[in-house]
Structure formats: C-alpha cells, structure tokens
Design a protein around this ligand. Structure first.
Ligand SMILES: [Zn+2]
Ligand SMILES: [Zn+2]
Length: 164
C-alpha cells in the first residue's frame, strides 16, 4: 500500500514536471489526502483536512492540485446534480456507478454486472469499442424525502402522514 502511494506520488511529480511545474509540499499533501480517502469529497473537505494538520494551503492551490490530479487520472469528478461535483480517487478503486441524492448530495456506489454487460453490448452493436463509461442516478434519500414531506405538510397546513 505504502509502495503504491509512493509510486503514485512519483507519477504525479513527473506529470507536473513535464508541464513545467513543481510538486510543492502542498500539492503532494493534497495527493496524500486523496490517496488516504475512501469516500467522495469536495475541495472544502481537502481544505479542512489540510488545515487541521497545519499544512498552510490556499483554496486556489487545492483547486489547482485537484485539477492536476484529474489530468493525471488520479482523481475523477462525479456529478451530484445542481452543478455540484465530488471527487474520488482512481487508484485502487473498482469500476462502479453512482446514485446520489439530488437534495443533499449524499452519494452511494454500486456495480451491477447486468448493466455493465448491456453497456458493452450496446457499444459493440453501435460499432464502438468501449473505453469508458459512467452514469449517475439521481434520487431522493430517505432523510430528504421525510424532511420534504414534513415541510410540505407545514406549508399546506396539513398534518404529516404518520407511521410510514
Ligand atoms: Zn438527501
Ligand atoms: Zn465512487
């Protein structure tokens, strides 16, 4: 695991160098944070984490570092609706799809062999060699559904349905 990390840091360092940029301590810390996560995160999460471990880093640096990591295929962006995006690391992650809550942005991963198989078939039938694919399902999580129903009940002056 640690070896993988140093290999990925090296990959990132040389990718930056090839574009005439240096792997500053801050950029490497962003990568280390990313490699250490299992979840989906946004730039603010990175900023918060780096602040608590006292790595002085600006918001702009975090955004730029994440953009570089995306170019190196070390992170990928996942849309969670309303123009919001989350990041996730690429190394060590198996292929999966996402379902997210269109209200609060909560995200869940799933992988479904049947869907994967169909996607391959559809590509082949269309004369394409499949390189990559992703899709997101937008939904409403149970908490948001409950909250919205309660709010609606309040606005309309109707009692909230109980026992559901
Ligand atoms: Zn929600
Ligand atoms: Zn994911």
């Amino acid at each position: 695991m640690a070896d993988d990390h140093s290999r990925q840091i090296e990959q990132f360092t040389s990718a930056l160098k090839s574009r005439g940029r240096f792997a500053t301590k801050q950029r490497v810390r962003v990568l280390e944070y990313v490699l250490g996560t299992r979840d989906h995160f946004d730039a603010e999460d990175v900023l918060r984490a780096l602040k608590t471990d006292k790595t002085p880093v600006s918001r702009a640096t975090v955004y730029r570092a994440l953009a570089s990591l995306e170019k190196c295929n070390l992170v990928r962006k996942v849309s969670v609706g309303n123009g919001r995006w989350l990041f996730e690391k690429v190394p060590g992650k198996r292929h999966h799809q996402h379902i997210y809550c269109a209200e609060c942005g909560k995200i869940m991963e799933f992988s479904e062999p049947m869907i994967e198989k169909r996607i391959e078939e559809v590509s082949r039938a269309g004369g394409f060699t499949l390189r990559d694919h992703s899709f997101q399902i937008a939904g409403l999580c149970n908490e948001c559904k409950r909250r919205l129903e309660k709010d609606k009940g309040r606005v309309c002056g109707q009692p909230t349905p109980q026992g559901r």
